[in-house]
Design a protein around this ligand. Sequence first.
Ligand code: HEC
Length: 255
Amino acid sequence: MKKQLFALLFALVPFTAMAAPLPPQPFSMTPDISDEASLQRGMQLYTNYCMGCHSLEHQRFSRAATDLGMPQDLVEENLIFSSQLAFNDQMHIGMQPGDSVNWFGVSPPDLTLFNRIKGPDYIYSYLLGFYRDPSQPLGVNNIVLEASAMPNVLEPLQGVQEMVCTETNRPVEGAELDPLTGMYQSCEVLQVTRPGSMEPEEFEEAVYDLTNFLVYVGEPSRLQAQAMAPKVLIFIFIFGIFAYFLKREYWRDVH
Ligand code: HEC
């Protein structure tokens, strides 16, 4: 009996305390999964730029099509690129985990539930935070995930981004002392030094849409729940009126 009690006690210990702390995320976004156009653009970007490496195992094309208001033929023509995949399939990828480990050193994670683990600000900052770094094998680094093994696949859209460093002779917060020059150096501002096909604001919007889509994918039923919520509230309100009059009717005999 004691054992069972202990087991019960441990079952009640919250596991959130064990989660690792997240690195700083300099950019933030407020998701809006009721913005259908944004989610559609996000899905288009996802299938074009991310699905070569990242699957969405728990999401079907057909489910996204229904939720985001896209007709089947449009999805089949514009968003399903592999002949191995059909409209009702989950969003699998062709890349084998063994191959990706050979190529990148790690396997690109499935992103269906990624937002539930790290949150939208993390994804948004990660996608905006690639910068040129010749010391890295792929020539890029990331402000959120140091030495990330992911190539900067959005560079043609964003352009080349670089870390800008400033030097002062006084110690400022976050600055590192360069022992050779005796100056304090802090590197943080990211600047696009060679433009891509998009203006910076346009690129931020594209990354917003992409992140918004990944937020939706993490919890597709939330869209339905949000649509249903006002109806449920109206029902409860009308039912409340009837319940109130019924109560008065019953209690009239008691008083
Ligand atoms: C060429 C393959 C490739 C493509 C295309 C690609 N990624 Fe990645 N991605 C990777 C690899 C490899 C990692 C693992 C990075 C690591 O752990 O160092 C990764 C990691 C990630 C992570 C997790 C980062 C973390 O903190 O663990 C996110 C989020 C992500 N990618 C989003 C995207 C999005 C969104 C796109 C489309 C714009 C995309 N990726 C396109 C290869 C790719």
